[in-house]
Design a protein around this ligand. Sequence first.
Ligand SMILES: *Cc1c(COP(=O)(O)O)cnc(C)c1O
Length: 412
Amino acid sequence: MKSSDYFEQARMLMPGGVSSPVRAIKPHPFYTKSAQGSRIATVDGEELIDCCMAYGPLILGHAHPLIKEAITTQLGKGWLYGTPCPLEPEYAGMVIRDHPGMEMLRFVSSGSEATMAAIRVARGFSGRPDIVKVEGGFHGAHDGVLVKAGSGATTLGIPDSAGVLADVVAHTWQVPYNDPDALESLLFRHPEIGAFIIEPVPGNIGPVLPEKGYLQEVRRITRAHDVLLIFDEVITGYRIGIGGAQEYYNVRPDLTTLGKIIGGGLPIGAFGGRRDIMECIAPAGPVYQAGTFSGNPLSLAAGMATIQWLHAHRGIYRELDSAGKRIGEAVTGKGGSFVQHGSLFKFFFRTAPPRNYREVKECDTGRFSSFWSAMLKTGIFLPPSQFETNFLSAVHNEADVERISDAYRSCL
Ligand SMILES: *Cc1c(COP(=O)(O)O)cnc(C)c1O
């Protein structure tokens, strides 16, 4: 059967034919038969260079032998216990040591769960009901963060999804990225705000890069207003370096959420931060949070093997950065703008690099979509949206980067 046949079936069985909306490529998505290293093999017999990498987790590429070995070894010992296991304190210790803003953490099963719990504990700790997020910031698919941007400098959210109560998002304010003044004046006016959640480098509309001093200003302002700062590092954690954005930009958040890379390709999330805040979590404190699959040994084993590899190969971040820069060089003079941070990169169909969500939305999505199809025809799989970042992995080699660069040159 071909991809179109599978999709024909899937459409009758699953809404939109897919398990997550971004995968619903038109007229039909390709179906993956297997994946290895930087390559995806489709059921249609094509081999693609993957620049999506499952939207971020696969920093060591597909089916890395070391991760496979870690998973296989753990499989032999069982894959779900419902009791604590030694991997938990061992891995928690590693992740905490790597992140200046973490003194304690809890493992969960997805990034969405991590941000949901981080927001809950922030409310429980501060006793204040409202939160602020960045316009275009993505923190998973739960009610309080599914908020569409309005049009003022600071906006109160309207639901981004049917089924989300206006009453719920009425507690979610939004500010534009790279605009510390908007944050400051909002916090002045609304003492009921207890937390600010931000992707330090927005990856779900970008990457969009922080202007010099922006994240430091965010820290100063939130501290001055006694508002908890939550860094959502589900993408940036171990992606822009060991220690994520908090290490790279030297800004210490009160709470941090992680996911994607820390599961080595298996489902995971984690949230952590200051000890006094984290001790509010049940059973230590009054904020409830729980999960059947939380801290499951298979995800921990895969994640820990990944992080150990990254520690042993710290030079990889410099190599990934120069690979990203080489693609950037290939597209100079092609109109539009190229934005890159290490292994995150994107070509925007907009003359100047966007500074925030509103500017990202000015991109020519029609041109993006023909460009995207042309790239796929030449054998390069990019995330199918102008608003999703592209990813490189440690196993994209010189030849892959060369082919990606050539494809960009010819398709643009
Ligand atoms: C992917 C992502 C999430 C959600 O993680 P899931 O594991 O898909 O639930 C949250 N925040 C950010 C910044 C993400 O990129």
